[in-house]
Design a protein around this ligand. Sequence first.
Ligand code: MF3
Ligand code: CO
Length: 248
Amino acid sequence: MINIYSDDEIKIIKESGHITYMCHQHMKQFIKPGVTTKFLDDEAGRFITEQGGVPSCLNYEGFPRNICISINDEVVHGMGSERQLREGDIVTLDICTLYKGYHSDSAWSYPVGKVNKTKEHLLYHTEKALYAGLKELKNGVPLGNASARIQQYAEKHSLGVIRELVGHGVGHELHEDPDVPNYGKYNSGVVLRTGMVIAVEPMLTAGDRHVVMLDDDWTIVTEDGSPAAHYEHTVAIREDGYEILTGE
Ligand code: MF3
Ligand code: CO
């Protein structure tokens, strides 16, 4: 079942999303060679709590960290540890906040110092793919249009589109219906309605699209070791477009 949220509820999801957004802004200063991912995880948890939120990743299906931190070939669900960021890495912070009973979800990938051309291309075009997909969203339009647009954009720029990981509805729960794939066909899928709230999150690779799970049963990495990037906004569907809820 797909939830339809009232304007009052969307206002609260946007407050939740603002904490998520501010957490990203706060974390940028720490993304430097030498910082441990445990420090980043602690700092994000502290920030969200201080803003009156709860880090929704913590204990989600048993996930043992405040946020997900994924480096290079790690696509999603990386866990903070004593590992240090190094010059030339790319790192994704996937941050989820629960505030006044509503979740918000936003991931962003960042370069650590100067990165190579392949990673630069990957970061630039994965962010663009997110906005290309978002532009398709409005009341009355099939969701497949956004999925197809993301896939088309990614493939035009020779990036791999991961099939196993998808976006999702978000609000009362962190993961709700519908699934929001990053591949698909125009004129397919559920018809979007004003008041739906979804997380759109292209996860693209600079190589092959296949992924595998590490032995920790959480971290998902690319099979061929190629780097992956991930950009995600929580958005509300509006009569004539969409509204980003995880921005300013
Ligand atoms: N944004 C992540 C997702 O949509 C949240 C994962 S929470 C975790 O998958 F606990 F599973 F890590
Ligand atoms: Co998500």
